[in-house]
Ligand binder design. Sequence first.
Ligand SMILES: [Zn+2]
Length: 371
Amino acid sequence: MRTEQIALSPLAPGASLSLIAQRFGEAGARPQVYVQASLHADEIPGMIAAHHLRERLTALEAEGRIKGEIVLVPAANPIGLAQRVLGDHIGRFNLADGVNFNRGYPHLVPKVAERIEGKLTGDGEANLRLIREALGAELDAWEAGNPAEVMKKALLTLAIGADIVLDMHCDSEAVTHLYTHTRSAEALAPLSALLGARAYLLAEESGDEPFDEACSRPWAELADRFPDQPIPFGCHSATLEFRGERDVTHELARADAAALVDFLTLRGVISGETPEVPEPLCEPTPLAASEPVTAPATGIVVFRADVGDQVKAGDVIAEIIDPHTGAAANATAGTDGVMFARILLRFATQGMRLAKVAGTKATRTGKLLSA
Ligand SMILES: [Zn+2]
């Protein structure tokens, strides 16, 4: 393992800030994989999965079994890690401006398209290299405007040239689920099965430029812009949601790390016997079919459905009880599907999103992710 320390902008004079990247395998070897944990800094299940993954990778490297290069950032958000307000860890939003740490990555496609115009050929591999170079150059030219953007730029710089990007998160209370680009559905299906995911959510664009899409979308959009030349899908990326915030145990994290190692073995990044891929626990479904269950009133939340439950449209997901009158209103599912996540709070205001159900019929448009 080679450790690299990347200096970031100080948040205040004298307050130094840096990222730690840990590299396995030979520098520049392919396939290249980028894995990061806890971009939302208070989401620790990914961080402990990274801890177990590092142990596995260290052992595999000692056996000479890492054929590509794997870059691991075990704590991707040092700004968020230091944010505490009245005892609570605030890791999702930058306290300085309220911006979500997993939104607002640069959309490099228009400028990359200009840069490669007239230079593409009939050689797909050469086009891949040309586009990777152009993506790197355009990212390099991005003028980050504040410390959080400097950090985002440093993370994306580590990831942008990789063949596979895995961004490890968690939800509030949840079963394992993942998000990826529609055109990566097949390539990442074994990963979904190995992780035992209960929802596998696909979108071409989910809105507000999350990290995983900054890595994957350029390949889809450039292939569409230049249909006459072969452009392979250069980066399969996914946001992995390792259950709920409190699901931090060695057993779960060891299993998650093992699933990642198996997937990387399937992809030829790690050498070894071809692992067996279990039957998937879910089919891929459009993110646009994933429906929030909202609170019909303000009051005490008493959940009637647990995460992982298969529900039907109209099923009661939670009761909302008015603390003064005792009146109970039912929050119901709008679609059939798996209720894969729910909130941690137990008091809701009217209209608040309480849970998410992975339906199969795409009905939503616009921004598909929660704030
Ligand atoms: Zn997250």
